[in-house]
Ligand binder design. Structure first.
Ligand code: IPE
Ligand code: IPE
Ligand code: MG
Length: 244
């Protein structure tokens, strides 16, 4: 990356190390076409492949995707079942190729609550790709930011951490995302302006980008546009940046 020109002409410090995507709009994409919602979810999965390729092309090291929230269990049972089987099919179909491409798969969220055989599949996929380092694909599945914070509190209490010792650094070690850095850029497709319980601790200083494009249509160029906008933002982290 240092020798070659970046495809978008961006200097390395303007490229987010960690991008997180709220992949929203599958249902509306399907509805526009007179298709069932699950067809939208399937199209969304197909889209993931090209976004993974684009992330590698653009020099992004970590991609976190929001695939199923703790609140999504409240959807109609057939949609929930469909989403579970889509995850299963994706693991079955794509794991060889992901592994070959050097993708390290991770999971954030609660495994408990997910069907037992699917839990096993997820664990095997993680184990198989754990030594890969080209791109980290971190899948938020049965994930909720509040659940994550509560789980962290439980683990901290069980570990007997002295309340006086607890600080933000130590706290973050008990989050699902440890040891990944916080996301630099959070992209939401589908046009809403909310986090929907996604990475609520880690998003403290993330840049947020919302696009009306539905997830199945969010392509390389749409990602490039988000990255260019990110590169133009000034991240101050509460400080005053002196202009030379
Ligand atoms: C996002 O698409 C995928 C999941 C939440 C699983 P939606 O299914 O929420 O699509 P819309 O928002 O209804 O269009
Ligand atoms: C957020 O989308 C969750 C995922 C993309 C997995 P939702 O469609 O569930 O969010 P709300 O209901 O619009 O807030
Ligand atoms: Mg939605």
């Amino acid at each position: 990356m240092s020798i070659e020109q970046h495809p978008l002409g961006l200097p390395p410090e303007k490229i987010p190390r960690h991008v997180a995507i709220i992949m929203d709009g599958n249902g509306r994409w399907a509805r526009q076409r007179g298709l069932p919602r699950l067809a939208g979810h399937r199209a969304g999965t197909e889209n993931l492949r090209r976004i993974l390729e684009a992330c590698v092309e653009f020099g992004i090291h970590i991609l976190t995707i929001y695939a199923f929230s703790t609140e999504n269990w409240q959807r109609p049972p057939n949609e929930v079942r469909g989403l579970m089987s889509i995850l299963e099919q994706v693991i079955d179909r794509e794991i060889d190729e992901l592994d070959r491409q050097g993708v390290q798969l991770r999971h954030i969220g609660r495994l408990e609550g997910i069907r037992q055989d699917l839990q096993v599949k997820i664990k095997q996929a993680i184990e198989r790709t754990r030594h890969n380092g080209r791109l980290i694909l971190n899948v938020a599945f049965n994930y909720g930011g509040r659940a994550e914070i509560l789980d962290a509190c439980r683990r901290i209490m069980r570990a007997g951490v002295d309340p006086e010792d607890l600080d933000e650094e130590i706290f973050s070690r008990y989050l699902y995302t440890w040891p990944l850095p916080d996301p630099d850029l959070i992209i939401r497709t589908g046009g809403e302006y909310r986090l929907s319980n996604f990475l609520i601790w880690q998003a403290a200083y993330a840049e947020i980008y919302s696009t009306p494009i539905f997830w199945p249509d969010f392509n390389r160029d749409a990602l490039a546009k988000a990255l260019l906008e990110y590169a133009g933002r000034e991240r101050r982290f509460g400080r005053v940046l002196e202009k030379a």
